[in-house]
Ligand binder design. Structure first.
Ligand SMILES: Cc1cc2nc3c(=O)[nH]c(=O)nc-3n(C[C@H](O)[C@H](O)[C@H](O)COP(=O)(O)OP(=O)(O)OC[C@H]3O[C@@H](n4cnc5c(N)ncnc54)[C@H](O)[C@@H]3O)c2cc1C
Length: 380
């Protein structure tokens, strides 16, 4: 490595970059990871106590093989880490049979032969009484392979294992610029300049600042936690209220999971068809505003009766959106010095381990285990 500080630098150690660093280090590749914050921090997209995992990816048919591979790697990660990261408690997708959520899940299950159970409205009410307040034509699709992942612990686990396998890690270190030079790249921080053969930029919502020209826009997504009202405490744990996505009126999706691991019932509201609120990732201001929870709170007496309509806790998360709703992963213009990974579109956590493997394969110029052409940065 004469003249170079490392084979590869991974910029951004959120879920995707941490996983890439773990994979690279485990393959014996000399890698350096950099992040402006500490692993598991609350300023990006990989925090909030839980993330839904499901194999029935309704967002794109090619994501199903990625989710399957990711699950194998989640198990490897938790085994190596020695602590549970995936809670296989099943998941529930609710809505009209021909709709976005239940319909999309059924389509993905049919095409890919994924085991799911269709619950008639009566069966859904019987099995999951907390979800009983439904229109007559809404069904449930139960995916037993679904569950929840622990985001902060997963990121810390991957970074820890990468370190143990020999990766150098610089946290609290902001990368100010990446310059492509003959045969490699310069990664500039306030403290130093790293000379590497390749750079993987997994900077989440900040991707566009380090690699200009990618159509990635950044939005706010609040996460809220609610407690049951006095006298209604039963039936709000994860076993009774497993992780779910539920289509409601106005093209909106209510999502969340029951109380677990010291957290109250976690809920969010996605406003399909409405313009989300932009968030400037360059500011670390994550101050909560009433509009982060008032609309969701006002829906609860009808949709999930028994919960308080004022949250016990609110956090602000952000996500990066692309025009077609798919991730951006690959080498822009086929450049052998640069790999980018971003545009999570709020459905990328479950795939983090598979994406880490994909990024390591790209670095090694190996054929990818899955067909990733639809994620190419050159598709725009
Ligand atoms: C509210 C919410 C709910 C979600 N729910 C789900 C779900 O249920 N299931 C699911 O699969 N997905 C879900 N997602 C999406 C998922 O969380 C993201 O896809 C995933 O966390 C993306 O990880 P990332 O590594 O790309 O980004 P991040 O975690 O944001 O990591 C990017 C990292 O880059 C670092 N960085 C940025 N710029 C620089 C710089 N200049 N120098 C150094 N470091 C830098 C940041 O500090 C950060 O650590 C959800 C997202 C949100 C917001």
């Amino acid at each position: 490595m004469a003249g170079w500080d490392a084979e590869v630098a991974v910029v951004g150690l959120g879920a995707w970059g941490a996983s890439a660093l773990w994979q690279l280090a485990a393959r014996g590749i000399e890698a350096v990871g950099l992040d402006r914050h500490e692993p598991g921090h609350p300023f990006g997209s990989s925090h909030g106590g839980s993330r839904m995992f499901r194999v029935t990816c309704l967002e794109h048919p090619h994501l199903v093989p990625l989710a399957r591979r990711s699950l194998e790697l989640w198990h490897q990660l938790e085994q190596a880490h020695g602590q549970q990261l995936f809670v296989p408690a099943g998941g529930l997708l609710i809505g009209p049979e021909d709709g976005l959520i239940a319909g999309g899940t059924l389509r993905a299950a049919r095409v890919h032969g994924i085991e799911v159970e269709t619950l008639t409205p009566a069966l859904l009410r019987e099995r999951f009484p907390r979800q009983a307040a439904l229109p007559a034509d809404h069904i449930g699709v139960w995916e037993p392979s679904a569950g929840i992942l622990r985001p902060e612990e997963s990121v810390r686990a991957a970074v820890g294992l990468a370190r143990a396998a020999g990766a150098r890690v610089h946290t609290g270190t902001r990368v100010d610029a990446i310059e492509l030079v003959p045969g490699g790249a310069l990664v500039r921080t306030a403290q130093t300049e790293l000379r590497v053969r390749q750079v993987v930029v997994a900077a989440g919502a900040w991707l566009g600042f380090l690699v200009p020209g990618l159509p990635v826009e950044t939005y706010r997504m609040p996460i809220t936690w609610f407690r049951p009202r006095a006298g209604h405490e039963d039936g709000f744990g994860l076993a009774d209220l497993p992780v779910f996505m539920r289509e409601i009126e106005g093209g909106r999706v209510l999502w969340g999971n029951g109380a677990e691991n010291g957290h109250d019932v976690k809920l969010g509201l996605e406003e399909h068809g409405r313009v989300p609120t932009p968030l400037d990732p360059l500011t670390d201001d994550r101050a909560v505003r009433p509009e982060d929870w008032t609309e969701l709170g006002s829906l609860l007496p009808e949709k999930l009766p028994g919960l308080a309509d004022v949250p016990s806790k609110v956090a602000v998360c952000m996500y990066a959106k692309t025009p077609d709703g798919q991730f951006v992963i690959g080498r822009p213009g086929g450049d052998s010095r640069l790999v980018v990974a971003g545009g999570c579109n709020a459905h990328g956590f479950k795939h983090a381990t598979g994406i880490g493997e994909l990024l390591a394969d790209l670095v090694q110029h190996k054929p990818a285990a899955i067909d990733a052409g639809f994620l190419s940065p050159d598709r725009f």
